[in-house]
Design a protein around this ligand. Structure first.
Ligand SMILES: CC(C)(COP(=O)(O)OP(=O)(O)OC[C@H]1O[C@@H](n2cnc3c(N)ncnc32)[C@H](O)[C@@H]1OP(=O)(O)O)[C@@H](O)C(=O)NCCC(=O)NCCS
Length: 343
């Protein structure tokens, strides 16, 4: 329980005074913990406004100062709501986070809630345990400069690159993706409509969606789908950064060096757009993919952990894909990489 007089409130839009308080609470937590309690995505929402779908939960202390803040994102109807929260260092261990978690649960439409924590802090883990949440995913964000030299990454013999053709490649690509991710239920099992949905997104760029094909018969062997964040300007404008959005190799083509070759080809594309940095998300458990990325110069930049309330029944209408973890900095189902048998 919070202290007597501490108040939980929520609002869609923060006024300028509240915004300043929230940003100063985030600064204080960052200073105390050595890592920001919220993702870049939430900071951008706060600084520049967002799509109007976010909910802000605030806990004010008796003297009217902001003690805790939570940002609830209810836009992911598939994965369920997700939230990030922070308590001012001077107000910790008094139940403020507990009040926020209960408030978040009450405001999550179907009761499902994921909490994202940054930097693997012991307080976050303890809080999750205390409220019956279990660790669902550990995601590494990796980055590398595009200004430094790229490895050569030659294409294996009998393989050539071309770009994705909208209206023609959807079916074959979906099959390839599902084969490449057959051991990763959350990333496989796509339907054609799932790629078609993404084709309508402003960031979608077929020129940055590279396909490796068999020179003899044109069969798809692998893909590297790149993405650029922040190119459109708009409310989330920031210096554009490239992303290795998805990379997959057909099981029959694994072990031939296709993954590093495709990775490098995509990095070259992003560099030619004038970008200076590239990032990616990868599941900590996907050691094969991490090795590929390290080999082409990526290093670990940040670690994010998502906690999910345990014992929650999945909505049968949502089924298996309801288990996806939607990362706050990543607008789509992430865990984009697989390279199970490359090495
Ligand atoms: C983690 C954090 C939100 C906890 O805030 P808080 O207001 O101190 O948490 P509460 O007082 O509500 O604690 C609720 C329970 O969580 C556990 N807990 C929280 N912080 C803990 C810590 N540092 N060590 C051990 N247990 C802790 C305890 O079980 C506690 O219950 P108790 O005090 O009755 O034993 C705060 O430390 C913070 O802002 N950290 C940085 C951002 C972050 O990690 N966010 C969490 C994402 S899941």
């Amino acid at each position: 329980m919070t202290e007597p007089g501490e108040q939980l409130s929520h609002q869609d839009e923060l006024d300028l005074g509240e915004l300043a308080e929230v940003l100063s609470l985030i600064d204080a937590a960052t200073e105390a913990d050595g890592v920001s309690p919220v993702s870049e995505h939430v900071l951008l929402h706060l600084r520049h406004g967002g799509d109007g779908e976010a909910d802000n939960l605030l806990v004010h202390s008796v003297d009217g100062r902001l003690a805790g803040y939570a940002h609830l994102d209810r836009t992911d109807l598939v994965g369920g709501s997700s939230a990030e929260l922070a308590v001012h260092p001077e107000h910790r261990r008094r139940g403020v986070a507990g009040a926020l978690v209960r408030g978040l649960e009450a405001r999550s439409p179907d009761g499902r809630l994921r909490l994202w924590a940054h930097g693997q802090l012991p307080g976050a883990r303890a809080l999750a345990d205390r409220f019956g949440y279990r660790q669902a995913r550990v995601l590494w964000q990796m980055r590398r400069s595009l200004l430094s030299g790229l490895p050569t990454g030659p294409m294996p013999q009998g393989v050539e690159l071309r770009t994705f053709v909208v209206g023609r490649d959807e079916q074959a690509w979906t099959k390839l993706n599902n084969r490449a991710f057959a051991n990763h239920p959350d990333q496989g099992g796509w339907s054609v409509s799932q790629i078609q949905m993404r084709e309508k997104e402003t960031w979608f760029d077929p020129e940055g969606f590279l396909l490796a094909v068999d020179t003899a018969d044109g069969r798809l062997l692998g893909f590297h789908w790149t993405k650029v964040h922040g190119r459109d300007g708009g409310p989330h404008a920031h210096e554009p950064i490239g992303e290795v959005y998805a990379l997959g190799i057909d099981p029959s083509a694994q072990g031939r060096g296709l993954a590093p070759a495709l990775t490098v080809a995509g990095l070259r594309y992003l560099r030619n757009l004038g970008l200076s940095q590239v990032m990616l998300y990868v599941d900590e458990a996907n050691t094969g993919a991490i090795r590929v990325y390290e080999r082409v110069g990526f290093t670990r930049w940040d670690v994010d952990v998502s906690y999910r309330r345990s014992g929650l029944a999945l909505d049968p209408a949502i089924g298996r894909r309801g288990q996806e973890e939607h990362h706050p900095d990543h607008e789509e189902p992430e865990e984009p990489f697989d390279d199970q048998t490359e090495h």
